[in-house]
Design a protein around this ligand. Structure first.
Ligand code: HEC
Length: 323
């Protein structure tokens, strides 16, 4: 009996998260089914059956009537330099990612939690940061002596601005959806992996924390597929099976091969652009990721050493006490 209790407790620790996760992963099928963009969608059917292209190719009516479950396709799990307990940033990649953001994404998206001076962490000098900031026109947060708002060239302490005066103006110009701020997007998006992959997260070295960049990469490379017959794409939206909230989104495909020039010899392809900008957005969302992991490792070593020491002290202190 004495041995049974710890065994039950251990089983509880292992299986409780599993059970909780199973419930969570069942929930989105019910909540995302109301989009109404899939014709004839019937609630309550198998969650995975709406997988776009397969259903279209097979022409299978049962699949077409299933409850949609977004995203229609899960992102590929890429290997990132910043993954794992000893992850590090690839500064060359982050600089390329900044270039993509600046030349492409910043035409629509702001990053208003990131200041120009933060880019010194990517290996840029003070002068380079000043020159970059000066290329932007910023509305000064305070009015001038006449009480009027005025524009001036950017300085390193300014945040990366939106090209639109407000979200409504952006939505009006871009098909009804405003482009979200990208400062934290790599932390704000992640696709559930489902059974059995999440079991690996219980293994300390195997935890999956790159869902954000994998999702962004999947989204940027996910355009251009043929639209399955049972899906209607609303005017002004673009079919993308990797989008987390529906079959199509209001962002036109932003990147294509050869669009941005690299000066370090990296391939100028959609695939490489998407990887680089995803890594850059991960850095922006969590600039201290590498330090956090390094500190965590030292803390674990210390705690293990401390636990061993406590045990030895306990044995010494109680050595003379008869029991
Ligand atoms: C022409 C304007 C435009 C450009 C350029 C653009 N986007 Fe977007 N983006 C949008 C709009 C509009 C949305 C909102 C889409 C929606 O919700 O339907 C969006 C949404 C997004 C989302 C959120 C998707 C989600 O899951 O909600 C991400 C991530 C994103 N863009 C990344 C990028 C990146 C990275 C770039 C640069 C390579 C970029 N965008 C370039 C207009 C743009």
């Amino acid at each position: 009996m004495k041995k049974l209790l710890p065994a039950f407790l251990a089983a509880g620790v292992v299986f409780a998260p599993v059970a909780g996760f199973a419930q969570e992963s069942a929930a989105p099928a019910a909540t995302t089914a109301t989009e109404g963009q899939i014709e004839g969608a019937a609630p309550g059917a198998a969650p995975d059956a709406a997988r776009g292209t397969e259903a279209a190719v097979a022409g299978e009516p049962a699949e077409a009537h299933a409850t949609p479950h977004y995203p229609l396709k899960k992102p590929a799990e890429l290997s990132w330099t910043f993954a794992g307990p000893f992850g590090h940033w690839d500064l060359g990649q982050l600089q390329r990612g900044l270039k993509i953001y600046k030349e492409v994404c910043s035409n629509c998206h702001s990053m208003n939690l990131v200041s120009f001076r933060n880019f010194e962490a990517l290996g840029y000098s003070d002068e380079q940061v000043r020159a970059l900031a000066a290329q932007y026109q910023i509305t000064d947060p305070a009015p001038n002596a006449q009480g009027e708002m005025f524009e001036r060239a950017g300085i390193p302490s300014d945040r990366l601005p939106s090209p639109y005066p407000n979200p409504e103006a952006a939505a009006a110009a871009l098909g009804g959806a405003h482009p979200p701020d990208l400062s934290l997007i790599a932390k704000a998006r992640s696709v559930e992996r489902g059974f059995p992959t999440f079991l690996f997260d219980l293994v300390p070295w195997k935890q999956y924390a790159e869902g954000g960049p994998d999702y962004i990469h999947g989204l940027l490379t996910g355009y251009g597929e043929e639209v399955p017959a049972h899906i209607t794409v609303q005017p002004g939206t673009y079919y993308n099976p990797h989008f987390i909230a529906g079959p199509a989104l209001a962002m036109a495909p932003p990147l294509s091969d050869g669009q941005v020039s690299y000066d370090d010899g990296a391939p100028e392809t959609l695939e490489q652009y998407s990887r680089d900008v995803s890594a850059f957005l991960m850095w922006a969302a969590e600039p201290h990721l590498v330090e956090r992991k390094a500190t965590g490792f030292v803390v674990m070593i210390f705690l293990i050493g401390f636990a061993i020491m406590l045990y030895l002290v306990k044995r010494r202190v109680w050595a003379d006490t008869p029991h």
